[in-house]
Design a protein around this ligand. Structure first.
Ligand SMILES: NC(=O)c1ccc[n+]([C@@H]2O[C@H](COP(=O)([O-])OP(=O)(O)OC[C@H]3O[C@@H](n4cnc5c(N)ncnc54)[C@H](O)[C@@H]3O)[C@@H](O)[C@H]2O)c1
Length: 340
């Protein structure tokens, strides 16, 4: 029988990008799922496939009493609620990124403990790794140096969140799982140019016909991209099998250069304007890839299943659907791309 069957599970941020895939997965496993989200960024539409099978609260988790309410009678809490944006917002709003994420992590952890929740998922990020981390990056790089400066507020908050969760694991009975996802992408991602991540920002700029397509940095920087559905599966498996307050990467070990990514998107969209690599603008980490040895070992062999070509095609299809529904928020052609 599934570990999740009939378990009462609260997913905070469950209307969001990764959260909505996780909720679908948990419903399929037979869990009794509650979602708490203030819809600041997440959308009810993301949950339309499971709307009849879940309990949903629109609630602001910066308020502690709200956290106590939604954590009541839950067996597990998976805390995905976070302030997540793109590189431009991150680098110009470090205080907000630090403070909002600290508050959300602290409130939900404490409320879960006060409500005697048995198991908790602490969601961290690969943004906690320092710029000079060895690549592929192993989990033990996460306490060395400082997070990458463009993401400093977000990265430090997530580091502090991990430490706080470790203390809870040491001093309380709550079992804690901890994950560090790498750059996620897929359908349901955000195309608002101010806060979008690299893939949606590129799809949008190429679609609009920006000429030349402006990309920050040399294009030689590389990243790993993991489909949100795979991130959700990784979160579910680590929570089930490895609640040891020990962080686990969720990502790929195969990275791709940004210039290769641009080419792939142009090919799928069949739009081939020249590309301008703006080296005056920051490009973040020079290279990023995940060491997923621990992920494979603790989950009994899990590896991401969605290929980059398949995932890009799906993302572009989703973007076109949004265009048809007139669901994009703005038409500004700003030239940054996101950090996660
Ligand atoms: N997307 C990535 O590439 C990535 C990478 C590493 C880690 N993560 C982490 O994974 C988790 C999910 O990220 P995502 O990409 O799905 O982002 P997302 O923005 O889609 O999801 C976060 C959700 O939290 C909700 N939320 C924000 N503030 C809230 C508040 N005050 N009260 C209640 N709900 C609130 C938002 O409405 C949103 O639905 C986050 O913890 C993020 O830090 C994401």
């Amino acid at each position: 029988m599934s570990f999740w069957r009939n378990k009462k599970v609260l997913v905070t941020g469950g209307a969001g990008f990764i959260g909505s895939y996780l909720v679908e997965d948990l419903v399929k496993e037979g869990a009794i799922v509650t979602v708490a989200d203030n819809l600041e960024r997440g959308k009810l539409d993301n949950l339309k496939k499971v709307s009849k099978n879940i309990i949903f609260y629109i609630t602001d988790l910066r308020n502690y009493d709200n956290c106590l309410k939604v954590c009541k009678n839950q067996d597990l809490v998976m805390n995905l609620a976070a302030k997540v944006t793109g590189i431009e917002y991150n680098r110009t709003h470090q205080r907000d990124m630090f403070e909002s994420n600290m508050t959300l992590q602290q409130n939900v952890l404490k409320a879960a403990w006060e409500r005697e929740v048995q198991r908790f998922l602490q969601v961290s990020t690969a943004c906690i790794y320092p710029n000079d981390a060895a690549v592929p990056t192993c989990e033990n790089e996460g306490t060395r140096g400082e997070p990458e400066p463009t993401n400093s507020g977000y990265g430090w908050a997530k580091r502090m969140g991990e430490r706080l969760a470790e203390y809870y694991a040491q001093e309380t009975k709550m079992e804690i799982a901890m994950v560090r996802p790498f750059n996620s992408y897929g359908a349901r991602d955000y195309y608002d140019i101010k806060t979008s991540h690299v893939i949606p920002a590129l799809i949008r700029k190429i679609h609009i016909g920006q000429n030349p397509v402006e990309v920050w940095g040399s294009g030689n920087q590389s990243r790993v991209f993991i489909h949100a559905r795979d991130v959700a599966s990784g979160m579910k498996l680590v929570t089930e099998k490895y609640a040891k307050a020990d962080p686990v990467n969720i990502g790929h070990d195969q990275d791709i250069q940004i210039r290769e990514l641009v080419e792939k998107i142009q090919n799928i969209m069949n739009i081939h304007n020249p590309v301008f690599y703006n080296t005056k603008m920051p490009e973040g980490y020079p290279r990023r890839a995940a060491d997923i040895t621990k992920l494979k070992s603790v989950t009994g062999g899990f590896i991401p299943t969605v290929s980059i070509d398949e995932g890009l095609a799906e993302s572009i299809e989703f973007f076109k659907e949004m265009l048809k529904e007139n669901a994009l928020l703005d038409t500004n052609l700003a030239s940054y791309y996101g950090s996660e």
